[in-house]
Design a protein around this ligand. Structure first.
Ligand code: HSE
Length: 301
């Protein structure tokens, strides 16, 4: 059996929705999987400088093994070919994408034993938080709430005109390090500040009230603490908004900066690139739409 799985990049948090809001982007990794006679072969078409394990420690294999363990079955011999476009350790779901790809592949190989909701719960257990894995699996804008072992996810429609403008710094930042600077406790006023803005985000998209995004993208739970790990964060937010973006945030745990526009994103991207050059930050800009679809699988026998 041969499978081809496409998994989108994702942006988590969207400012205030720390560990609970995420959006699928129209930017994809591809995983091809084939059953073979024996062994495990993992190959990767990766951008230069990207070094990922090509053995059972690969995140796709990790995802596959998690499903087989759950099903109490043994993984069959496989050849896995990865084509990786999503930048690594940049806050764009580069670890969720292979995990989700692996879960979906294993589920198809096992005859679809598990529902997508069950896969979201399993993916969340592996990744530690649901905000990248939920949109990677299901697409669109996702809200995820954890209750004990159960993850409840809700999907919201996103206006087609939403453009995400990314500045992806050349330097990477590991999620673990970026979570390490966060306080264990937060003031009640900050919890209220963020809870109100998460609700406002959802309302802004439903009502197409782009003018609400300036407030809806504000955050007090993580960005102020992470700013010291992300040089130029506030300068890039301001550059994007001055050029017409409706709001800006740190993408996931960073260091990518994401700005939201409801028109062509190119002027915003140019302004972000110009500001980055001025303050001596290396990186690239990219304008992407939102993907209403999550991971896609096609099968040939
Ligand atoms: N919500 C997570 C964080 C996303 O901000 O740490 C990490 O990918």
């Amino acid at each position: 059996m041969k499978l081809r799985i496409r998994v989108p990049a994702t942006t988590a948090n969207l400012g205030p929705g720390f560990d609970c809001l995420g959006l699928a982007l129209d930017w994809w990794n591809t995983i091809e999987i084939e059953t073979i006679a024996r062994g495990l072969q993992v190959e990767c078409d990766c951008p230069d400088g990207v070094d990922i394990p090509l053995n059972r420690h690969n995140l796709v294999v990790y995802g596959i093994d998690a499903v087989y363990r759950l099903a109490k079955q043994k993984r069959p011999p496989l050849r896995i070919h990865l084509t990786t476009h999503i930048p690594i350790a940049s806050g764009l779901g580069s670890s969720s994408a292979p995990i989700v790809g692996g879960l979906i592949a294993a589920n198809v190989l096992l005859g679809n034993l598990y529902s997508r909701d069950e896969l979201v719960t399993l993916a969340t257990r592996i990744e530690g938080h649901p905000d990248n894995v939920a949109p990677a699996l299901l697409g669109g804008l996702m809200v995820a709430a954890i209750d004990g072992k159960q993850v409840t996810v809700a999907r919201f429609p996103v206006p087609r005109e939403l453009r995400c403008v990314l500045f992806v710094p050349k330097v990477t930042l590991l999620t673990k390090k970026s979570r390490g600077v966060l306080p264990k406790r937060i003031p009640r006023a900050d919890a209220i500040y963020n809870a109100s803005r998460v609700a406002l985000w959802i309302a802004a998209l439903r009502e197409r009230r782009w003018d609400w995004l300036e407030v809806a993208t504000q955050d007090r739970l993580h960005q102020p603490y992470r700013a010291k790990l992300v040089p130029g964060m506030y300068e890039l937010f301001n550059a994007a908004k001055d050029a017409g973006a409706r709001g800006a945030a740190l993408s996931g745990a960073g260091p990518t900066i994401i700005a939201f526009a409801n028109h062509q994103g190119e002027p915003v991207a140019r302004a972000m690139a110009q500001t980055a050059r001025r303050i001596g930050l290396e990186g690239m800009t990219r304008v992407v739409g939102v993907s209403a679809k999550g991971a896609q699988v096609t099968r040939s026998d």
